[in-house]
Write a protein that binds this ligand. Structure first.
Ligand SMILES: [Mn+2]
Length: 356
């Protein structure tokens, strides 16, 4: 089996419905497609195409149904789909909370936290092949589409390294080797060691009164920023002002509001970040350090040139909402599509809101 991947793909300059992270929420996807006017085969009568921004899977109740649906749409040329960090992690065989439907054994997924249909044993290879075929970047005539971050230097590096047929996992490992070389450079490794000896504390101890450790922070920044595949699929980072405790350890980096320094003319559409539907919408998971949407209203363009838009309205927290309040069906997290060129956001609950 050869898995090939045109990691940077060009698509026609056509009208689009751009759908944010689905995270296994199959019912929400079906509802949204009906509201957008697609028939059961995923066709419309106006030549419009669907784009999925990645993170089709994990956490929600039926990742296999979502993959089957989107894979069929892509193969019939009715949709394009990007790779998100969740598809990437599956390709890299990384067990993470929420991907136990595919990756087994999964020692980090807590029993009872997620309830998902498992992948059928006979489908494992087909899903892997599909994930490996997904691009990290889509270039449309008028838009740029990427899962988490448009970072010019990372896109350029990927473009020069990719050839047209490099498997994404091989390229990822190549970048990780470079990350390891930089982190193990004599000077940085020495400073990290000094910080560790001086403080003699555990980064896993929540009671430690944390200080920012600059060399630790720099090593973390290198871990993300020197791997273009990580930057595009899970975002840019920078050293924090204050460390914070999340997911079991002290963190020294913040996610970067990269759109505040994006200066190109071409609008960029992303998913990945957990946006709220309105001020009343609660966010019950997915908060990691600072809120990157602070000061940005719920359906506004983002960034210095107001030409970046995030279409992820946190449907990925529904599993947690269900656990907290069984039986309810009015969710804070929603699945959304951005309609281009109309610039309307359609939510799975039927709400349509103009981008402002
Ligand atoms: Mn993501």
């Amino acid at each position: 089996m050869t898995t090939t991947s045109p990691l940077i793909a060009r698509i026609p300059d056509c009208p689009l419905d751009i759908i944010g992270d689905v995270h296994g929420e199959y019912d929400a996807l079906e509802k949204l497609l009906v509201q957008l006017g697609y028939d059961r085969e995923g066709a419309t009568d106006d030549g419009r195409r669907l784009v999925f921004l990645g993170d089709l899977v994990d956490r929600g109740p039926d990742s296999p149904a979502v993959v089957d649906k989107v894979m069929a749409l892509v193969r019939e040329d009715k949709a394009y789909c990007l790779m998100g960090n969740h598809e990437l992690n599956i390709l890299l065989n990384k067990p993470l909370p929420g991907n136990g439907w595919f990756i087994q054994p999964n020692p980090v997924e807590k029993a009872g936290e997620f309830h998902s249909a498992p992948v059928a044993p006979g489908r494992v290879d087909d899903y892997r092949r599909f994930f490996a075929s997904l691009p990290l970047v889509l270039e449309h005539g008028s838009l740029r589409l990427v899962h988490a971050c448009w970072h010019g230097p990372s896109v350029a590096r990927l473009r020069s390294d990719v050839g047209q047929h490099a498997p994404v996992t091989a390229l990822y490992e190549q970048y990780e080797a470079e990350v390891a070389r930089q982190r193990n450079s004599a000077e940085l490794a020495h400073m990290v060691e000094q910080e560790r000896n001086f403080y003699a504390v555990s980064l896993q101890d929540p009671d430690w009164v944390a200080e920012l450790l600059p060399a630790h922070a720099e090593a973390e920044v290198i871990g993300q920023m020197s791997n273009p595949i990580r930057v595009l699929s899970s975002g840019a980072v920078h050293a924090a002002d204050q460390p914070f405790f999340a997911m079991g350890q002290w963190r020294m980096i913040y996610r970067t509001r990269w759109w505040d320094s994006y200066d190109d003319d071409v609008p960029v559409i992303i998913g990945h970040f957990w946006r709220r539907f309105d001020d009343a919408a609660e966010r019950i998971s997915g908060v990691f350090g600072r809120d990157v949407f602070e000061g940005i209203s719920s359906h506004a363009w983002m960034g210095r040139r107001k030409n970046v838009y995030c279409v992820d309205y946190s449907v990925g927290q529904r599993h947690a909402e269900r656990r907290r309040e069984p039986g309810h069906d009015r969710y804070h997290g929603k699945l959304a599509a951005l309609r281009y060129p109309e610039w309307e956001v359609h939510h799975d609950d039927g709400t349509v809101i103009a981008v402002d």
